[in-house]
Write a protein that binds this ligand. Structure first.
Ligand code: NAP
Length: 274
């Protein structure tokens, strides 16, 4: 299964036999809208508030042509979440629950987007997978508020799968592409600690992977949509190169108490399925 996904072309998806309802029009939602093209139906806040169960149900029922529903809405302010735990919980946990309930009632294929931060810290050279007991949403690892909300959001997705709901969890990590506007943010990465491993998601990979998972009827699985292992330093300088900015030297990091804990060794195993 993983091999079939690895060989997918990037970018536009064609010949999909259904429309795709994308909830959320942020960095990832915009890219999905572009790559699903005419199949995409994009709805964002405040047209729909994922924290309101009936709004999500009404939205899904209003689009019977959409066999796939992607929850690309999220509370994504990783550091700010430390002081806004209720808001992060509402959007990332209750939001996933509402999308799950609506998809279960309407019989749709649901895609829940998640993050490498669900794992908390790891070990050098060891990639995260799902082989650990307890499973990720029960893990006692130290995570920030955002990572905890994403792990609890995954738990909502698992509950949906156990009840027969169809779909996948797609974990992303540092999603970016040339046009997304994310690279400018990444330019500051050379300033971060280089004693750290990350993997990154090329956003044009996401739509083809969702389409293929749907076509292959993959359900109740986690998909790691990530590329090769790198470091914030290398990633930041790659972004600088692509934007025509000269590479930056690593600088010493001053600890910032407002920064949320993140996995220092945050590599996801490539295209891992549970
Ligand atoms: N970006 C990353 O580094 C990263 C990494 C790993 C995983 N992910 C995951 O990927 C998914 C998409 O992230 P992203 O980067 O596209 O985030 P984003 O750019 O922050 O976009 C999130 C979208 O959700 C919308 N939204 C917020 N609250 C809402 C609500 N109550 N109801 C409906 N929509 C709401 C936002 O609308 P407004 O702008 O109007 O608030 C925005 O359009 C999230 O699940 C995120 O956790 C992201």
């Amino acid at each position: 299964m993983a091999a079939e996904l690895e060989l997918l072309p990037l970018g536009p998806v064609t010949n999909l036999d259904t429309r795709v309802l994308i909830i959320g029009n942020g960095l990832v939602g915009k890219r999905l809208a572009k790559d699903f093209g005419e199949a995409a139906i994009v709805v964002d806040y405040p047209q729909v508030d994922v924290t309101h169960q009936y709004q999500v149900e009404d939205l899904v029922l209003a689009h019977p042509e959409a066999g796939i529903v992607v929850n690309a809405a999220g509370y994504t302010l990783v550091d700010k979440a430390q002081t806004e735990p209720r808001q992060a919980h509402l959007i990332n946990v209750v939001g996933n629950r509402n999308v799950a309930m609506a998809c279960e009632a309407a019989g749709r294929y649901a895609v829940f987007l998640s993050s490498e931060t669900v794992f908390g810290n790891g070990q050098p050279g060891r990639e995260f997978d799902e082989s650990e007991i307890p499973p990720v949403f029960m893990s006692p690892r130290i995570r920030g508020v955002y990572g905890t909300s994403k792990a609890m959001g995954e738990f909502e997705a698992w509950s949906y799968f156990v009840q027969g709901g169809r779909g996948i969890i797609g974990r992303l990590s540092y999603p970016s592409d040339r046009e997304s506007g994310y690279f400018p943010k990444v330019l500051k990465f050379p300033g971060l600690n280089d004693d750290c491993e990350i993997v990154t998601t090329l956003t044009p990979e996401i739509a083809p992977a969702i389409a293929q998972a749907y076509r292959l009827k993959v359900t109740g699985k986690v998909l790691h949509l990530v590329g090769t292992k790198t470091s914030p330093f290398e990633f930041g300088n790659e972004a600088r190169r692509r934007m025509g900015v000269s590479p930056a030297p690593p600088i010493k990091v001053i600890p910032n108490p407002d920064r949320a804990p993140r996995p220092q060794y945050g590599s996801l195993s490539f295209n891992f399925y549970v």
